[in-house]
Structure formats: structure tokens, C-alpha cells
Design a protein around this ligand. Sequence first.
Ligand code: 5GP
Length: 123
Amino acid sequence: MSYDTNNIFARILRGEIPAKKIYEDDWAFAFHDIHPQAPVHALVIPKGPYTCWRDFAERGSDAEVAGFFRAVQTVAKTLGVSETGYRTIANAGPDSMQEVPHFHVHILAGARLGTKIVTPLAD
Ligand code: 5GP
């Protein structure tokens, strides 16, 4: 899948669409999810044009990948959930049902989270 420069997260990065910013550095931008699935639900996105986990892992430079993953932890700390705990989710490819085609990591926290088992959809 080629990168769509008009996807919603690319537009948030360019400041064309508002977002509730949590954190930003050279590698990452973090903001609150518009439809939170937990008391704390943040999204962390790389600054570069990557569609998903696979694309970022395969094409991202070592500096981008390291900077991004460190930023996820910094966001958790900024949100005050680093010690209490948090769950990350990231999607890649059609079966993951990824909605927005700019790589992102969800940070879910703020409560004891339920099961990690995900029920496959019926066809
Ligand atoms: P995905 O299914 O792609 O992993 O998750 C996309 C996430 O982006 C969803 O949790 C959805 O609520 C969130 N989202 C979609 N559009 C917007 C938006 O315009 N602003 C914000 N802050 N979050 C969005």
C-alpha cells in the first residue's frame, strides 16, 4: 500500500486538523484518541510517512525506529501511566482492520484492562 499523504493523521501532523496534543519530539507526535476505548487512550505516530508497523519496521531508519519507540514510553510517562501500567496496540495489514493508514501505536491505560484475546470476525 502506498502512503496516502491526505490520511487523517498526516493532516493532523501538518496542523490542518486539530488534535489534543500530548507530546512531540523529532520522531513522534502524540495526541488523545477521538473515541477513547479506556480512561487513557493516546495515539503515538511517527513524523515520517509510514503506513503501518510492517512499513515502519522495513523502511524506517534505525534513528527513526529507536526515537519513536522511546517516544512511546515518554508519552506514557507524560500521561502518568508509566508506573501503573499501559497496553500498546499497533496494526499492520488488512486482517488487523487498521482504519488510518499512517503507522500509529495506541496507548491504553488508566484502569485494569480486560482480556487481550481478540475474537475474529465472522466472514
Ligand atoms: P486503527 O484502527 O487505525 O488502529 O485506529 C485508528 C484510531 O484513530 C481509532 O481509535 C480512532 O478513534 C482514531 N481516530 C480516527 N480519526 C481521528 C481523528 O480525527 N482524531 C483523533 N484524535 N483520533 C482519530
